[in-house]
Design a protein around this ligand. Sequence first.
Ligand code: NAP
Length: 374
Amino acid sequence: MGSPPSSFSSSKADKRKQGLGWVEWLRGWFYVIHEFLFQRIMASHLQNPLPLPPLHDLTCIITGSTSGIGLQTARQLAESGAHVVMAVRNPKAAHELIKKWQDEWSGKGLPLHIEVMELNLLSLDSVVRFAEAWNARLGPLHVLINNAGIFAIGEPQRFSNDKYEEHMQVNHLAPALLSILLLPSLKRGSPSRIINVNSIMHYVGFVDTEDMNVVAGRRKYTSLVGYSSSKLAQIMFSSTLQKRLPAEAGINVVCVSPGIVHTNVARDLPKFIQVAYHLIPYFLFSAQEGSRSTLFASTDAQVPEYCGMSKASKWPVCTFISHDCRPTNPSEEAHNIATSNEVWGRTLDMIGLPSDVVERLLEGEAVRCRYGPA
Ligand SMILES: NC(=O)c1ccc[n+]([C@@H]2O[C@H](COP(=O)([O-])OP(=O)(O)OC[C@H]3O[C@@H](n4cnc5c(N)ncnc54)[C@H](OP(=O)(O)O)[C@@H]3O)[C@@H](O)[C@H]2O)c1
């Protein structure tokens, strides 16, 4: 079950929290197990597929839409009339899916409005290229869905060419860069939303802002540490971004938990665990069931109201939508404003953007990123 929590530092000189306390850690695992055992009951009021309104005026970018939750999300949005941009690392697979979906949709309505753009989140250059190509169209973007993610269970620690731990890069840093660089298009599409597909596993995560790559030796690296920290970092960054975006910009930031879902996420598991995974279908959501909270967060009219409340008050976290499509509270650690501010600053530094990037982009200024074409 991952590494045990470190205790709070007892040294007077170093009051920094070094990890989750035991109580927080046990409570975190309680929430994870609770979601696993009871998600089906908690979401029993939801239809599957989630009914969507006509979405003909909506343009959505969805990362990682060739598999699992992202694939289902892309297909359902397109079938409801949205213009869907599949932002993927394997464009050939995306084109094959579109052909299949068009064939199956034929005779049921207008052809699906879907296109493919290449995006590899393991390369921050690729993220900048993608955002520049999209922004150059000078069109609106209504929903950005940061869905793509990795959980390399049991694998050794790996680093991207940008020299960042891979979970942190794919699940947090690259989506953060994409979200910020697409702000001009999201402003044109206002009211618009950034939806981050997060996870209940953030409850057992901890972000050491001085060691986002987990290399300092203070914590032992496991894939669980990599994954849960990246998901918590995403919530903390999103909370700060939501506060920094002025209400007039009309852009909201939401994190969602899809539930515990039967997808390709288990592809790296040892064979015997994969077999066990298939033996527990009652508890696991299908990918279509797992896409409901993302679809709800992307389209439901109540969501901007929830976001407005979190912006207006002193509430420290962004809106978090649970697998049952209800707003809920992220972990206690996610409420730590001081750490969220540090995550914000550290993330901007790692993705090569200045601290006033949001304000400048919203004012229409060009901002240089350390990554991307020279
Ligand atoms: N399944 C669960 O139980 C669960 C629970 C909580 C949260 N989530 C989150 O849900 C999201 C979707 O995961 P899933 O369960 O649907 O898993 P999945 O079936 O493995 O899909 C992940 C998607 O991300 C894409 N991706 C991975 N690395 C990428 C990269 N470097 N650049 C661009 N795209 C990349 C994959 O592309 P390829 O198709 O090319 O591999 C795939 O399309 C993730 O953020 C995950 O953390 C899942």
